[in-house]
Design a protein around this ligand. Structure first.
Ligand SMILES: NC(=O)c1ccc[n+]([C@@H]2O[C@H](COP(=O)([O-])OP(=O)(O)OC[C@H]3O[C@@H](n4cnc5c(N)ncnc54)[C@H](O)[C@@H]3O)[C@@H](O)[C@H]2O)c1
Length: 325
């Protein structure tokens, strides 16, 4: 049986979603893209069977599920329309432009009973899944501290269209991935302290482009996070210190290392192309739409990540400790 997936927004990530679904047998892609040139190129490249010029026209196709890969300000409205029509959704992160509007929309979205997956694709990355399993299995004993390092100047060039529109504090939301996988592995964040800076020493200057933060988790675990739109090589590292060892995950390059006293490092190479977790997430959406799986990352997870971002944004101006709602 052929299933139809609707993709809203054929920009940088929307095109990757379309390709991920097209790589799955018996899936047909239809789309909505407001830019005429992108509509034409998507058809010419065979990325979608049909590309509509309005979102209602995409909904009228009654696809089996919809991916919302539109700019952040469109996420909640399209999510509202799709869930009200009973069409399961994968909405790209962040769920909304801010935590308050996401929190206000959540009850209505949940009341529809339509399943929603939030695009925290790192939950489908093997190195992250393995790290979570190692922590849960006690491979490093009890976690006591962590460090996260994210260097992402490359995102600015990879998603140039999105970065052409100025958006203050984008770094906290763009990398809400970090707030999500941290919570998935180590539990919710209770309190944060952020120091934000803006260096002009790069060609494209986001404000801020450097954030360093301390996070206190509900469990009492404390950790430091560094995010930037400065470092050009592309780095995403997670280190978790435990009572019986240390876990060091190179998320970007797929290398997971467990070090314990008196033993050789246990190193696992879980490298994979970026399309692999995206395709896993696509298969997950199909399973959610069929009722075979519950969303791995759902609306509450989308809101939780935005709440951490909001607390950090409140903290930075006065360098004050802020509680996460
Ligand atoms: N999960 C991830 O790793 C990841 C990666 C990149 C982007 N994203 C998210 O995906 C979204 C899109 O990012 P991008 O980098 O592809 O941006 P982009 O600017 O490259 O693409 C956005 C596309 O949406 C189109 N568009 C504009 N208004 C629209 C509307 N109302 N409905 C549908 N389409 C509309 C634009 O014409 C453009 O083609 C953002 O929310 C971003 O945060 C997630």
């Amino acid at each position: 049986m052929t299933r139809t997936i609707g993709v809203s927004g054929l920009g940088s990530i929307g095109r990757q979603h379309a390709d991920a679904f097209r790589s799955i047998p018996d899936v047909r892609v239809v789309a909505f893209e407001p830019a005429p040139a992108l509509r034409e190129s998507a058809l010419a490249e065979g990325r979608a069977d049909v590309v509509h010029a309005t979102f209602p026209a995409l909904l009228a196709e009654r696809p089996d599920a919809i991916v919302i890969a539109a700019p952040d300000p469109a996420h909640l409205a399209q999510l509202g329309d799709a869930t009200a029509a009973g069409i399961p959704v994968l909405v790209e992160k962040p769920l909304a432009t801010d935590a308050a509007s996401a929190a206000a929309a959540l009850p209505g979205l949940e009341a529809t009973g339509t399943p929603v997956v939030v695009g925290y694709v790192l939950r489908h990355r093997r190195a992250v899944q393995r790290s979570r399993a190692l922590v849960a299995d006690g491979a490093i004993g009890e976690p006591v501290s962590f460090q996260i390092l994210l260097g992402a100047y490359g995102t600015i060039t990879a998603a140039a269209n999105r970065f052409a529109t100025p958006e203050p504090d984008r770094l906290y939301r763009d990398y809400s991935h970090e707030w999500d996988y941290l919570r998935w592995i180590l539990g919710p964040v209770r309190e944060v302290l952020a120091v934000a800076r803006t260096t002009p020493a790069v060609p494209h200057v986001e404000s801020p482009n450097l954030v360093d933060a301390l996070l206190v988790l509900e469990s009492g675990v404390v950790g430091a996070v560094h995010l930037d739109y400065v470092e050009p090589a592309g780095t995403r590292l997670l280190t978790i210190v435990g009572t019986e060892g240390i876990l060091m995950t190179d998320v970007a390059r797929g290398r997971v290392t467990v070090r314990r006293a008196g033993a050789d490092d246990a190193v696992e190479d879980l490298a994979e192309p970026p399309s692999a977790p995206l395709t896993r997430q696509a298969a997950h959406l199909l399973a959610v739409a069929d009722g075979r799986e519950a969303p791995v990352a759902g609306l509450r997870d989308g809101l939780a990540a935005l709440e951490v971002a909001a607390a950090l944004i409140r903290s930075a101006p006065g360098r004050t400790w802020e509680k996460v709602s």
